[in-house]
Structure formats: C-alpha cells, structure tokens
Design a protein around this ligand. Structure first.
Ligand code: KG4
Ligand code: ZN
Length: 348
C-alpha cells in the first residue's frame, strides 16, 4: 500500500511517498520564498507558486522513492484549513490524478495530520495523549484517547501561537517567518529583564472553572507593542531587542506549558504530544519536558513539525483504513472543521 501525500495549504509545496508500514520513501518540502519581502504570506502569490511547482515536487518525491505515479495506491491531500487558492492547487491535482489513475483520493484535515507527524519518527507517539497543536493559524489543546477521537479542551480566542511569534518578530524588525527568528534572538537575551503578561493564566483571570484552557495572545502582543514603543523612544531598542524577544518567548511558553500541564492533571493522561510549527521551538519543548518528567513528551524533528507532505500521507492512510475516501463531488468538506472533534459542553 503506497500513499502519496500532498500539502499546499499555505506556503510549503510538499509531497511524500509513504510505504505500507509508514516509512517515508520520498519527501520533498519546498518553502516558498516569494513572501519574505512582504513580511508574511501573500495568498495569491502562494497559489501561483504552488501551481508552478506542484508537478516537479511530486515528480521528485516519486523519483526519491524509485516509483512512478501509477505505483501509488492512494492519494491524500490537505483540503483545509488553509488559504483557499493554495488548497485548490493541491486538491485539484489530487482529484485529477486519482481520476486519471483510477485510484482513491483521501481528503485530509491539516491539523489532524500535525497530530500524526511525531509517529513517523517514534513508534511510541501514539494515543492516549494530551496534544498541544501550535501553528501559524491554530492553537488547540486536545485530549486524544485514540486516533480519530479528539476532545477539544481549549483553543485561542484571538491570535494563534505562531501568529503571535510572527507579529512580535515583525515589531522587532525580524524576518518572516518570525518563530525561528524570535527563538534565535531570544537565546541572546535575559527573559527576566522585561516582565510581560501571561494572558488567561492567573486564576483571577479565569472563569471559576478548573477545566478552563482557552488561550489569548493578542494582549501579550499589545504589551510588546507598548514596550517596543517605549524602548524605541528611549533609543535603546537595538540593545534591548534580545531581551524583548526572550521576555515574549518566556511569556508565551509559560502560558502554553501551564495549560498543557493543567490538562495533564485534569485528564489524568500523563503523555503529551506537541505538533505544528511552533513545536519546533526548543525552549517550548524543554520547558514542557521539564515540567512533565522523563519519557512522556513526544514531538517530531523540525522538518516534520513544520508543514510537510509526509504527515498528510500518514493521516490519509489512517482515514483510508477507515474507509473514508473522497468522491468527485463536494465530499472534501466532510473532514471540516475537524473530524471526530468533540467540543466541551458549556459550563453551568
Ligand atoms: O505548522 P506550520 O508550519 O504552518 C501552519 O500550519 O500554520 O507553522 C508555522 C508557524 C509560523 O507561525 C512560524 O513562525 C512558527 O510556526 N514557527 C516557530 C518556530 N518555527 C516555526 N515558532 C516558534 N519557534 C520556532 N522555532
Ligand atoms: Zn501546519
């Protein structure tokens, strides 16, 4: 059973070939560089770049695997969430190939795929676990008792975690994508020199409910705006930049780690999985590992933590095994908003 996975939801064009036992036989991730000068992803440019590169990216992944397109048994593709023009390129490609080859195609939810990424490198990264999914567009805290069963504990009320890293990086005059830049700059700073708020962390900021896990990052961002404005007026921003990056990173990580650990306590589930681009952040991994204890934290290498086709292929295989295949009608929408997700019932 050979699965081809295709990812074009944002600014990575990626394809992977996965063997029947989930080994990565070929994998190409092409990060678009057209967005750098704009300091963020420009949807129209993303779609065009996918269109220009998708054939070559798939061809190269197949070549690495030593295969032809007709050797593929199943084609999995991200159908959402993501930029619609960008998604359309991958979905149209997958549907056309499936039709031409007379093979099934499988619609994949991008965030479910992030959950599967660590299992490609570590056979123990299987449920049950508490999952913290932190990407450029989402911040989700889930309890995952089994694959396909996702209990939503909390999510962001405004900016996503990665979005906060990107916006703060921009404020500090750092490049896009901001996450890795913040991490690099923060390593040279003192996180205690400036004190930034930890939104929705203190008990008195929460509803009277222990099981309260929602996140908010826009207040933290505003605090950075004010701090940067003041330091800039004083003419000391250049010298203070590493300290501001460190203070922001520490605040964001404190919130993410604390809520994750609270979920561990409340669910009694002592294993944690990190997924999404922000999970590439070493300080985040170290902090959660330290609070959790040995052998309980799972995450992937940075290559698989960021958007990639291998995780799409793996999630497609899971859905395919459950008999969930796409049609040539509107069935792609069936996996949205999130397959198997159960939201909490409102308290009181
Ligand atoms: O999962 P991903 O590749 O794409 C989405 O699904 O959104 O995540 C991209 C996000 C960006 O916001 C990027 O700044 C962030 O992940 N990111 C990081 C790091 N590497 C990437 N954030 C913090 N630290 C990092 N090392
Ligand atoms: Zn992603």
């Amino acid at each position: 059973m050979i699965v081809l996975g295709l990812e074009t939801s944002c600014d990575e064009t990626s394809a992977a070939v996965l063997s029947g036992d989930h080994r990565i036989l070929g994998h190409v991730i092409l990060s678009q560089d057209v967005h750098e000068v704009y300091g963020g992803v420009v949807p129209e440019l993303a779609a065009r770049a996918h269109l220009q590169k998708v054939d070559a990216v798939v061809a190269r992944a197949l070549e690495q695997a030593g295969m032809r397109l007709r050797d593929v048994d199943v084609i999995g593709v991200t159908v959402g969430p993501g930029l619609i023009g960008a998604l359309l390129v991958g979905v149209s490609w997958a549907k056309a190939a499936a039709y031409a080859l007379d093979r099934p195609w499988v619609p994949v939810h991008h965030m479910e795929a992030h959950l599967f990424a660590p299992s490609l490198e570590n056979a123990e990264a299987e449920p049950p676990f508490v999952a913290l999914l932190v990407s450029g567009g989402h911040t989700l805290l889930l309890h995952v008792p089994a694959w396909g069963e996702y209990r939503l504990l909390g999510q962001t009320r405004d900016d996503a975690a990665g979005e906060a890293f990107d916006k703060v990086a921009k404020l500090l005059g750092l490049k896009y994508p901001g996450g890795p830049e913040i991490e690099r700059t923060a390593a040279m700073g003192d996180p205690k020199r400036h004190r930034l708020p930890r939104p929705m962390l203190a008990r008195n900021q929460l509803p009277d409910d222990d099981e309260y896990y929602d996140f908010s990052f826009s207040g933290l961002k505003t605090a950075v705006v004010e701090l940067v404005g003041r330091l800039s007026d004083e003419g000391v921003l250049d010298a203070e930049r590493p300290h501001v990056a460190a203070a922001f990173q520490a605040a964001a990580i404190d919130v993410l780690a604390s809520k994750t650990l609270r979920a561990v306590e409340q669910t009694g589930c002592e294993r944690v999985l990190l997924g999404g681009g922000v999970s590439a952040n070493r300080a985040l991994r170290t902090e959660i590992a330290a609070r959790l204890g040995e052998g309980r934290l799972f995450y992937s290498s940075p290559r698989l933590a960021l958007d990639n086709g291998a995780m799409i292929a793996r999630a497609a295989r899971f859905r395919f095994d459950r008999g969930e295949i796409g049609g040539l009608d509107g069935s792609a929408d069936a996996v949205l908003p999130f397959p198997g997700l159960v939201a909490p019932t409102p308290a009181g």
